[in-house]
Design a binder for this molecule. Sequence first.
Ligand code: SF4
Length: 281
Amino acid sequence: MSATQLGFTGMPTRLFTCTPSRLTTWLDCPRRYKFVYVDRPSPPKGAPWAHNSVGASVHSALAAWWSLPVERRTPDAAAGLLREKWIGLGFRDDAQEAEWRERAAGMVASYVETLDPHAEPVGIERTVAMRTDRLAVSGRIDRLDRRGDELVVVDYKTGRHILTTDDARGSLALALYALAAARTMRRECVKVELHHLPTGAVIEWQHTDETLARHLGRAADIAAEAAAAHASGEDSAFPPNPGHMCGWCDFSAHCPEGRAAKAAYAPWAGLAPDITPSSDD
Ligand code: SF4
């Protein structure tokens, strides 16, 4: 267990070590949190999701594209890298996989056409970290740009969900990334962007010190709840949170309440235009 609170008067409170994903997992469902972060060994996950394969392949291809010499950063190269990095897991059959591989190749090629290959990012899949008196947060940013004097957090999205400003403004992960990037790089970082590859939309949000402080306070509150559950060690401290999202849960097979709420979707269901999976990235 990496996070406990000592709880004795006058004793220091141990930092809660986490990623944004750990905090949002707690918010979504404490039982899923237990499966992922507490139980050892962690229970086996269900089958891989095709939409996650698409997302991971796109992220890998874009990271590799930036590592090419600048003269080779072309749309064709991006499509080639996508095919090279392709993860073919979770698809219904070979035909569906091939269709999505080419669709994803087109997506990254169109996206990089909008980029200036000379605008070297400050970081690609860069890990940033920060500490407060209650939290030690770290996470990996898809891309960190420097524009003028400031840093901008860029997060790639590949899901079907149409994004709005609320998604950028309300994202705990993006806010923590901005705070951690500023601390790590010692430079202002208040702007966050979601780059939605299927539509080419860029959704941006400019934080203020106040909005970032609110997110940080929220993160500390979530961490305190999770730490209290760790300290209790009781199964009942990690209750299920059954709902429609249980259909996307990797641990549905181990959770009767979740299965009763929503049967597991097929591994390729998240590719459908009218369904939004939980891990829509
Ligand atoms: S199936 Fe639902 S309730 Fe069960 S662990 Fe997963 S998200 Fe939580």
